[in-house]
Design a protein around this ligand. Structure first.
Ligand SMILES: [Zn+2]
Length: 262
């Protein structure tokens, strides 16, 4: 691909623009790229152990249960999320689909539970848990499908990750949607097909009513605890740029040593 846009935050991302040209299997690629392509085709990219774990520890969420960078299918293969506590992994992936029903809900400001409208105009809201009439706030509950180019997975984005995903609080999204019926569609389109590094929480959700072996008896729940988007370089400090460049260099060196080992 040529004429890609280079963005950078905690790494480097390449994204396509209207000027981007895509050459499939170009003949004029360098020897290193040829080696990489041959290696990937022959091994499927397996046996690469976390190319880069440096600098990921501060992403929040995980602690001793942080399992490093994973492909989505490794989450199942390695039995993550089946312990007493949730596991946390980093996945670089691309959102490809967003569930079309509501992305936010009216929440009780005290307990965050969903509230129900009462009164003819739906202008009064009741929280069953707090047993009170409340003025609701809005919280995100978003379901997206992502791919890491190997497999697909459904993720849930709760409020904090939702703010990072849409770049605004849920209350602001609610207001903009009321002003412009196609606002959400346009916003969602701008969020699809952009690579994101996500810290995921992985936990098996045990259905107490299911018999062992039933479908749905155990389901892995994946939720994003935070997103690291590859931000544009404008406005980044010189120090941040240097760190990002160094991270990319380390990642490339790791990849090259994998190729040489092969
Ligand atoms: Zn409540």
């Amino acid at each position: 691909m040529r004429q890609l846009k280079v963005g950078s935050f905690d790494g480097v991302s390449l994204s396509t623009t209207f000027q981007t040209k895509v050459d499939v299997n170009p003949s004029d690629i360098s020897a290193d790229v040829r080696k990489l392509a041959d290696w990937y085709v022959s091994t499927g990219g397996n046996n690469v152990k976390s190319l880069s774990n440096q600098g990921r520890g501060s992403m929040g969420g995980g602690g001793e249960n942080y399992r490093g960078r994973k492909y989505l299918d490794e989450i199942n293969q390695e039995g993550l999320g089946r312990g007493a506590k949730a596991d946390f992994v980093d996945v670089r992936c691309v959102p490809v689909y967003m569930k079309q029903d509501a992305q936010w809900y009216d929440a009780c400001p005290t307990c965050n539970k969903k509230v129900t409208a009462e009164g003819a105009q739906g202008d009064r809201f009741r929280c069953e848990k707090c047993d009170a009439t409340v003025v609701p706030s809005q919280r995100y509950l978003i379901s997206i499908q992502v791919t890491d180019n190997v497999s697909l997975a459904w993720l849930t984005l709760f409020n904090e990750a939702g703010v990072e995903f849409f770049g605004m609080p849920a209350a602001e999204l609610k207001q903009r949607m009321a002003e412009d019926p196609v606002y959400l569609t346009k916003l969602a389109q701008s969020r699809m097909n952009r690579p994101v590094l996500m810290r995921l929480r992985v936990k098996e959700d045990l259905n107490p009513n299911a018999m062992p072996g039933d479908e749905g008896a155990d389901r892995l729940r994946l939720s994003a605890v935070r997103l690291t988007e590859f931000m544009p370089l404008q406005g980044a400090s010189e120090e941040t740029r240097r760190t990002l460049a160094q991270n990319l260099r380390t990642e490339c060196d790791d990849l090259l040593s994998c190729i040489e080992a092969y």
